[in-house]
Design a protein around this ligand. Structure first.
Ligand SMILES: C[S@@+](CC[C@H](N)C(=O)[O-])C[C@H]1O[C@@H](n2cnc3c(N)ncnc32)[C@H](O)[C@@H]1O
Length: 307
């Protein structure tokens, strides 16, 4: 059930706290004043629907399961709203929504994506009828980043296709769904060490390694960047990191330490305004930039560790 409370601006936070206490697990705030401030803004706000004149007060919405606790929760909500010391009483409305499996609704829009010359990313629940020439990366990204549809992932996969050599020892930093780790294994890497600081990503990456039958090659660890990969452990021939510019800058010196001379460093997640800063850090860490890929706002950089 959608529960909406229209309230004076100063009541938005208190209403949010009331919803928190009810255990709604999050709220939506629709603030006409905020929408008005976007009204004259250009291009990227065009998706907002201004077709109906907004009422003056903001609205706080939350969602409750329709179960035997609903009536008691609504009663507590009404009481808490009545107790708020506001100049005007908030207005409460409720609306029952059709049952949808929100957690999996996105799956309907996730289809196989061909990447580069030799790869295809296939959702685990979809069929793919290709010519049989592409390597299939089976994927269920769940709550982890890395479905193969983001420009940064695609550019990293294309660079892997181009620069990975059979038998390479690979490190994938910020593995997310494990998409780059699995791609590396399928392209012929000898071993892949994948790390992420998000335990959900670690679990999902392992599941995807299993789905693709590459657990003999892919190891997944929870780690802040390279912290859990002991210094002095086997060096790598190729290191990929699709995170964000600031993290790549922080990682560059360690990446150089982990790579053999001539080792390749694929860095992405770089927004184009930060491209120069990242390349400066990469050069300073002892790499020579060999290739730069761009797609819209995003940049990926392939560099090689100098001898
Ligand atoms: C943009 S996603 C990339 C996922 C996947 N590698 C891809 O190319 O699609 C970045 C991932 O880096 C992880 N990450 C961010 N900061 C990190 C850190 N300090 N150490 C390890 N992983 C990190 C995030 O949890 C996220 O899963």
């Amino acid at each position: 059930m959608e529960v909406a409370v229209r309230v004076l601006p100063e009541g938005v936070e208190p209403v949010g706290s009331i919803f928190d206490d009810l255990g709604t697990g999050g709220t939506v705030i629709e603030d006409p004043a905020l929408s008005d401030s976007y009204r004259d803004a250009p291009a990227d706000t065009q998706a907002l629907d201004f077709s109906t004149e907004p009422q003056a007060w903001p609205q706080v919405k939350a969602y409750l399961p329709v179960d035997d606790r609903l009536e008691e929760r609504l009663q507590r909500l009404r009481q808490a709203l009545a107790d708020l010391p506001l100049r005007e009483k908030p207005e409460l409305s409720t609306r029952e929504l059709p049952e949808t499996d929100w957690a999996t609704a996105w799956q309907a829009y996730y289809k196989p994506v061909e990447v580069g010359r030799k790869l295809v990313v296939k959702p685990s629940w979809e069929d793919y009828q290709g010519s049989g020439e592409r390597l299939i990366i089976e994927l269920d990204p769940g709550m982890a980043f890395g479905s193969g549809t983001h420009a940064t992932t695609v550019m990293c996969m294309e660079l892997l296709e181009e620069y990975l050599r059979p038998g390479d020892r690979v490190i994938d930093v910020g593995t997310g769904s494990g998409i780059l780790a699995v791609t590396a294994a399928k392209l012929g890497a000898g071993s892949v060490r994948a790390v992420d600081n998000d335990p959900v990503a670690v679990r999902v990456a392992l599941e995807n390694a299993e789905l693709n039958g590459v657990t003999d090659k892919v190891e997944v660890l929870e780690s802040d960047l390279l912290a859990m990969l002991a210094q002095g452990a086997a060096p790598a021939d190729l290191l990929a990191a699709n995170i964000i510019a600031d993290v790549i800058i922080k990682l560059a010196a360690d990446a150089a330490r982990f790579l053999v001379p001539g080792g390749r460093f694929i860095a992405s997640g770089i927004i184009k305004d930060r491209d120069k800063d990242v390349r400066t850090a990469i050069n300073k860490a002892g790499f020579t930039v060999r290739e730069i890929k761009r797609d819209g706002e995003w940049v990926a950089v392939l560099s090689v560790r100098e001898a």
